[in-house]
Design a protein around this ligand. Sequence first.
Ligand code: GDP
Length: 366
Amino acid sequence: MAYDLDADSRLAEAEGLALAIGIIVAESFVLPVREVRPNLLFGAGQVENIRIACEQDEAELVVVDGALSPIQQRNLEEKLERKVIDRTGLILEIFGERAATAEGRLQVELAHLDYQQSRLVRSWTHLERQRGGFGFLGGPGETQIEADRRMIRQRMGRLRKELEQVRKTRGLHRERRERAPWPVIALVGYTNAGKSTLFNRLTGAEVMAEDLLFATLDPTMRAIALPGVEKAILSDTVGFISDLPTQLVAAFRATLEEVTAADVICHVRDMSNPSSDAQKKQVLQVLADLGVVGEQGEGSEIPILEVWNKLDLLSNEERAELEEVASADKDVVAISALTGEGIDDFLSRVDAILTAGSREHEITLE
Ligand code: GDP
């Protein structure tokens, strides 16, 4: 899922990811790595600068927006006297919090164990090499690392079996449909596109009684009132992330599976982002992989409303151009989730789509 992002956008995205799981970012900066140091990744001077920044900010955690080897992670933790996690670790935390379906949770746990396992194996090999070979492997006194490895392997085996079982029964019924007596609106889009802002604006501070039904199941679902269909469930999904580590792709897709049970998909796009077209392509590709749209983004089974967000950040000309295109296309609506502009228009579009599709919804519920 890689595409080119400049250093500042990438840093903003990483901050957004950290915020998504409640990490308060005290400071963030770009450190050029000209030569990768096997022990610490960064040069000694850079590590010292990080340490000073940590002291000043009284930071508890350092997030490196890149891949750390287990050795680099351990050495950095020693030098900085703080917990250090890398990009994969951070993303796994987010997926873990956001996986809503049984399959999603299993996939994420599997990815987590796989990540842990690779780290154990590699730090083990490294330690052994330092001691001069694998002399006592298999002998008496199994090490802790070996025991951990075995436990992880067993747990992964069990999870794979469970996953198979869940997949077998999935086609027979859709959890979401059974739980939700009202149409479901799913918000999808890249991290930082403005999904949470829109979600909060639409749901407001008030909590409907119906929310209590869902609150314990999934904090990212809320009931909202619409004139035509009366009520709908708004469901926020985990955001797309640029440069997703490959071993996390399956886990990410599984967390998104819930969109296949939605009645309308609202694709929130940050139109002020220069990469917004490339981002759109990737979103459509994943929706195609999930079987929601065809390979070229066509023939969607579920109506997709493109929500062009962050209108307020555009120049007058850009804005006029976008608004003209949006008003001529029934599948596009231009808004600012921050200022609230265009929200009424957005709601009436969603309402119209749901009203048109309500017959199908009733049939599915029977
Ligand atoms: P998410 O990752 O898709 O949930 O994105 P968020 O809702 O967290 O928004 C990411 C950032 O964009 C936040 O700093 C928001 O305040 C900002 N944002 C969201 N919508 C708008 C908008 O319409 N205009 C502007 N100027 N900023 C926005």
